[in-house]
Design a protein around this ligand. Structure first.
Ligand code: SF4
Length: 190
């Protein structure tokens, strides 16, 4: 028989992490949603760094994302860069100041300290279980998976590089380590 999902445990962890994040952000005058956008833009590829990519990733309304982007731009944490092929498309790039801020807030001291007390097996089990839960939620509710190229059906490894079969464009080593809104997980098609 299946055990119940540990909802109370997940809620409690989420609440502790939210509270820690709020305190960290106070000194920077940022809201948690603004940091989430910055974090996303610092790890997504060039097919995903648009307002629509942010909207999909955060599952927020276009209006709310648009307000958040305006604040981040005003604070000098992101900038808009026109696409080299289609000037109607704007890419949202994290500025150096934005990267420094994300870098300084990336790790949760709460989780980092707790993680030191787990052994390798416990750590691997937690990673695997949380990844499986996330993939199941994304699959059942048809949320985009936002994965990396290595786990995408469109990814091809060439002799001298990488290639995306969807966009028909070459990918660099850096590209394939970033997350993508066009990602289609391998396991779903198997
Ligand atoms: S291979 Fe998949 S994840 Fe990578 S750029 Fe193409 S669609 Fe995106």
């Amino acid at each position: 028989m299946k055990t119940q999902l540990p909802l109370q445990t997940l809620e409690r962890l989420a609440s502790l992490l939210r509270s820690e994040r709020r305190n960290q952000l106070l000194e920077h005058g940022l809201l948690p949603i603004q940091l989430e956008v910055l974090q996303y833009l610092s790890i997504c590829n060039h097919y995903s760094d648009t307002p629509m990519g942010v909207t999909d990733y955060l599952n927020q309304t276009k209006g709310s994302v648009s307000q958040t982007l305006k604040v981040l731009e005003k604070k000098g944490l992101i900038e808009k860069i026109a696409d080299s092929k289609d000037k109607r498309v704007a890419h949202l790039k994290v500025t150096i100041a934005g990267q420094e801020l994300v870098g300084s807030l990336l790790a949760s001291p709460l989780l980092t300290q707790a993680h030191e007390n787990l052994d390798a097996v416990q750590s691997a089990n937690i990673n695997s279980a949380l990844n499986n839960l996330l993939r199941a939620v994304q699959s059942v509710h048809q949320f985009k998976s936002f994965g990396q190229c290595y786990s995408c059906i469109n990814h091809t490894k060439l002799k001298n590089g990488y290639f995306c079969e969807l966009t028909k464009e070459p990918l660099t080593k850096n590209d394939i380590e970033l997350i993508c809104r066009e990602h289609q997980p391998l396991e779903i098609t198997q």
